[in-house]
Each structure stands twice: as C-alpha cells, then as structure tokens.
Design a protein around this ligand. Structure first.
Ligand code: SF4
Length: 378
C-alpha cells in the first residue's frame, strides 16, 4: 500500500534506530538515567506499542505517555451528565464509539443504553445532524468530545444547524485544547521531561506555533510527528539531535500533513462557534485555566448545557475518582499503567475502572492490547 509501506521500511527503520542510539550515547542517556520524551498524543502511544518501538530504541530512551487522549481526561461528572441528558424523555443521545464504555459513577453510556436510553453511535457530528432532521419529534444531542482534531467538525455541524434553523439539535460540548495542559505539566517541578513528540492530528488544525512556549518559556524541544513507525523514529531522532546540540525548538516531522499555520477554515469555524471557558476539569489533572471550550451565546440554542440545565450551566460538580484508581498518575506520566495496583485485576477492558483501559487512545489499553505477555511479565 503506497503511503503506508514506505513509512514502515525495515532498512530505513534500522538506520534511524542506529542514529537514535548514536545520539543517545552522545547525550549520555542510560537505562538508569534515561532521556524522558513525552509523546503527548494517545494515538502515538498506541503506535509505539503496536510497532514495539519502546523496545527497539536505545535503552536510554524512556517514553512518557502524555494526557492526549480526550476520552481519558474526561472527568466522571461529565459522563454522569451525558447519562442525565440521555435519560430525559424524547432525547436521542449520539456519541463517538470510544466514549460508549467510559465509566461514570452510574456506569457507562453503553450500560445506560442497555437500561433503555436511546443512545446511538455515530461517526461524525453530521450523522447526528441527519438524525435530528429525520426525527423532528425528538431532541438530538451530540456528545462533542475531543481536542482540536474533532472540534472543527462539531463547529461545522452547529453552523449547519443554525443555517437550517434546526430546533431539535444541540451539542454537549466537552472540547478541550492541547497547549494548556502541557503548560500545566511543564509548570510542575516534579515533572522531569527532556522533550516532546507533538500531536500530528491536532497540529494539522492548529499548526505548530501554539507550541512555541514549550521551547521559548521552558527550554524544551518538541517535534510534531506522524503515526507510522518511521515518523515516530525520525521524530525521536530529531528531539535527541536538538538535545545533543543544546537547542530547544518546535520542529515539524509531519510536514506532509501539518501546515505551519494550521487549517484556516477550521480555525475560523472554531473562532466563530466557541469561546474559552474560564477553566475546565481534567481527569487526573484537576481544573486547568482556559483549557476547555464552550459554545458562544450567539449559538446558545445549540448548547445542550443551556437547553437541559446541566454541566457548568448548573454549577461546578466534582466527582472523586474510584478508590485505588491511578488514572491521574498514568495520564500525567508519573506512573506506567502496569504500576497501577488495579491493572489487570480490578481494571480490565471488560470491567474498566478508568477510561484509559477502554479508550482507543488510552495508555492502559495500549499496554493491554499490545504488551501482552511481555508487559505482564515485567
Ligand atoms: S489500570 Fe485502570 S484504574 Fe489503573 S490507571 Fe489504568 S485505567 Fe486507571
């Protein structure tokens, strides 16, 4: 398959691994004192494990898994609020599939569906819009969830609903942004990070400049990367080369997809439809200033929080994490999934305690899915 196999070429991978090893030796990275590189995006975490890159690279490279899985960082209270909306008479609640099994205090959306709620899986907010058109007697709510990758498509759906004057379509907006939690992590003196692999899909929308502060304010290198093995290996080599040369810059390995200034149409749609919330709660990270988006008053008719009086419209609500759950520590890179006391015992894909075990971008799911016997043995 053209455009896939060429990014999985074994000979090129060997060259990159040799380059990484030479750079790691030059820096003095060892297993005991590794270079700690955070891959921000959960998609990268899965790619690293899927292709075994964590074992192929020099032993002095440690991958730290970052908070870039939007389903994982969603606090339990928001899942509860989804169910609260879905339980209202006449509501059709629509969601992406990977949010279906995320546990709240009253179970997941999947369990609410089993109890009789009309909850439907969709592939796009435009699918939800179509359901609204076909069901004028129902209130159709779309669970808007995700980073800047999915935020524009929700905005386009809201703009389309407004153009059509659709009165039975709203969005429960949980869109969040990547730069703010990174600033929070970098401001934590206990976090020891040497560099970053930046998210590919988010950057395709926002460009590379929103990460300038990582290099300028915190002196750390970051390389935006694609999702194939050669992409990730090249990105790691680029981060290491910066460290070896004493540089801290924003570099773009994924230039075939990520434009420096992002996607203007998406950026304009986001600016039109959303405004920043003063703060938003992240699972494991707490409230982070200006890290969440809400629907602007001009589009209030399409805001489920306003229509149903839930979420921040009903006042802040915090639900504590389940006893023994280490999701927060895993999500901020302080702990590896296998170190969580619940991993594989109290928490499995069949009986998840945290979203990280069931999300397609969750670190615990990556370890479970691809680590197999190796991770269990470790
Ligand atoms: S194993 Fe389960 S409880 Fe532990 S961090 Fe992962 S998702 Fe959370």
């Amino acid at each position: 398959m053209k455009h896939v196999t060429e990014f999985r070429d074994p000979a090129l991978a060997k060259n990159l691994l040799a380059e990484i090893a030479a750079l790691a030796d030059r820096i003095g990275a060892t297993r005991a004192e590794p270079v700690r590189i955070m891959e921000i995006c959960g998609g990268h975490t899965h790619a690293i494990f899927r292709f075994g890159l964590d074992k192929l690279v020099h032993e002095g490279i440690e991958f730290i898994h970052g908070p870039g899985c939007p389903v994982c960082v969603l606090p339990m209270a928001r899942v509860d609020e989804c169910i609260e909306i879905a339980e209202r008479p006449g509501v059709i609640f629509t969601t992406f599939g990977d949010a279906m099994r995320v546990p709240g205090t009253r179970g997941s959306l999947m369990q609410a569906k089993a109890r009789g709620c009309d909850i439907r899986m969709v592939y796009s907010p435009l699918d939800a819009l179509e359901i609204a058109r076909r069901n004028p007697g129902h209130e159709v709510v779309f669970f808007g969830l995700g980073f800047e990758t999915t935020t524009p498509s929700t905005a386009f759906a809201i703009q389309a609903a407004a153009r059509e004057g659709l009165g039975n379509f709203t969005v429960f907006c949980n869109h969040i942004t990547v730069p703010e939690p990174l600033r929070a992590l970098l401001g934590d003196p206990h976090m020891q990070l040497d560099g970053f692999v930046g998210p590919g899909h988010v950057s395709m929308v926002i460009g590379t400049h929103p990460y300038d502060f990582i290099a300028e304010d915190f002196g750390k290198p970051i390389t935006v990367a694609g999702f194939e093995p050669l992409d990730l290996l090249q990105a790691v080599a680029m981060v290491l080369r910066q460290i070896a040369e004493g540089r801290a810059e924003v570099e773009n390995q994924y230039a075939r997809v990520v434009p420096e200034h992002g996607n203007p149409a998406s950026i304009a749609a986001m600016a039109d439809v959303y405004e920043r919330r003063p703060s938003f709660e992240w699972r494991g990270l707490g409230e982070i200033d200006a890290s969440g988006l809400r629907i602007r008053p001009a589009y209030a008719a399409y805001d489920a929080e306003e229509k149903f009086g839930v979420g921040y419209a009903a006042g802040p609500r915090h639900v504590p994490e389940p006893e023994g759950c280490a999701c927060g520590s895993v999500m901020t890179g302080r702990m590896k999934p296998t170190a969580c006391p619940q991993y594989g015992t109290g928490c499995t894909p069949e009986t998840p305690l945290g979203a990280l075990m069931v999300s397609s971008e969750g670190a615990c799911a990556a370890y479970w899915q691809y680590g197999g016997a190796r991770v269990a043995a470790e």
